[in-house]
Ligand binder design. Sequence first.
Ligand code: SF4
Length: 249
Amino acid sequence: MKTYLSEIFSSIQGEGPYVGERHLFVRFCACHRKCIYCDTNTELADYCIVERQPGSGEFEQIKNAMSVTQVADIIRDVDAKTRNKQISITGGAPLMQSRFLLKLLPILKNEGHSIYLESAGDLPRELKSIIEFVDVVAMDVKLESVTEEKSTFPAHWQFLKLCRDYNVEVFTKLVLSANTHEGELMEAAKGIKKAGGDDTLVIIQPMTKAEKTDAVPSPDQLFRWQDKVASVLPNVRVIPQTHKMLEML
Ligand code: SF4
C-alpha cells in the first residue's frame, strides 16, 4: 500500500495545548475541504520533502507514492537525531488515508511513539477505523462564517463523541477570523458541550493572514469571544500559531 506525503520533519508544535513540544511531523497530501485561510498546499505532490537533520534547512526529495515501510524507515531515521515527544500526523486531511494509517500507526505504536492526530474533525468513520492507535486528537470545529464552506457540525459532533466514547484525549480548535458570526460560534460551543462534555478543552486560534484572506480578528473580538465561549465551556484558551512567529516549519 502506498500514499502521497508532502513533508516529514521535526519541529516545535506551534498550535494548541502541546505548543512548544518537539514533534515529528508527517504531513499527508490532499484534503476534502477548501478553508479560505488554508496555508497548506493540498495538491498531490510528486515528491515528499524530508528534512533528515532537524533545523538544517536541507531537504531531500523522495518520489511519491511512498510505502508504509519507506515512511516508517524515514521516521526512525529522523527520530534518531532528536527527541520527539509525539509523532504528529497532519495534512491536508490525514484521515483520507486511513487505510494507510491502519498499517503505519501500529508500527509506530509498537516502537513506543505517542500518536498525535491533527484533523479537520469531520470524518468520524475514518477516525473510528484507527482510533485505537491514537493518543491525542486535535480536532477542528469549522465555522462556515470563517471557512466560507458549508457547515459540517453534525460530523464534528459524531467525531468528538467517538473520541469521548473511546476515552481518547481530545481537544477542539476553533479558528476564528474577523468575520466570525457570533451566533454560529455559540452554536458550536453548545454542540461541543453536548458531544464532548463541559470539560472539553477549546482552543481559540486567531486566524493568521493567508493568501486568500487577511481578516485577522482584533484583540477586542478575541476577548469577547473567549468570554462568550467560556460561559458555556469554561476551559477555553486563545493560542495563535506560534511557529509562524518564529518562521519555523
Ligand atoms: S482542513 Fe486544513 S488542510 Fe484542509 S483546506 Fe482546511 S485548513 Fe487546509
